[in-house]
Ligand binder design. Sequence first.
Ligand SMILES: C[S@@+](CC[C@H](N)C(=O)[O-])C[C@H]1O[C@@H](n2cnc3c(N)ncnc32)[C@H](O)[C@@H]1O
Length: 251
Amino acid sequence: MITSQNCSICAASESLRDKAQNLSKILGLPFDVESQTSMQLMVTDDHIELRVADLGSPIWIDFTEGKNAHRRKFGGGRGQALAKAVSLKHGKTPSIIDCTAGYGRDAFVLATLGCKITLIERNPIIATLLQDALERAKSNPETAEITERMRLHNTDAKDYLQALDSQQKPDVIYIDPMYPSRAKSALVKKEMQLLHQIIGPDTDNDSLLTIALDVALKRVVVKRPKTAQPLTKQKPSSFIESKNTRYDIYF
Ligand SMILES: C[S@@+](CC[C@H](N)C(=O)[O-])C[C@H]1O[C@@H](n2cnc3c(N)ncnc32)[C@H](O)[C@@H]1O
């Protein structure tokens, strides 16, 4: 598995050197040793991207174009399964904590539909890509208002949830753990391969769910592959299915 320790920070041009050096200090990762590491976070003029030798073209997150923009315009609004699972109906807009932010796609859908959403991502490399995408989206007129509703914290969600006081508890907690690596549907996508390589399986899902059930005011929603078992032995109260996905709901 590639770990964050095999990553260095690089600048695409001399003028970006200060920005890259600053990032290297924040992340505690070496600066400009591209040839010695299997993975690089490259600061370019447009964005921060992740380069991994085996995976070909670099990866960065973009909320303004591509899949995220398509889903914003044509994603099915409050009728889509994710929206129904978090109870976005009858004009209600719950506050949400997304404990497994990843590339921020699900969170962006929910923010597009009006939710205030706190994103938690514990991997520092993925959190860097996500923070960079959020900042760029905030200066784009089409996504500024949406991304103003999104706040990212680079920490473990279990710690974050346990530190909340009663005023800060969200209506809904959303958990999308790494799919088991056998799930082919997740592995076909290059971005998901990368998450598997950097992060590997999440081994603490059950304890995260137990804490979430204690903290959420209204419901916890867990995204699963359609044929997978629910996370813990505790049976969900309900579920909503879409093509390849099941949302287990715990009231
Ligand atoms: C399958 S991805 C989530 C994808 C995300 N729903 C999206 O739409 O892009 C799971 C992510 O959750 C993160 N994660 C897993 N357990 C976590 C925890 N306890 N605290 C914070 N982040 C966690 C992993 O590092 C990984 O980036």
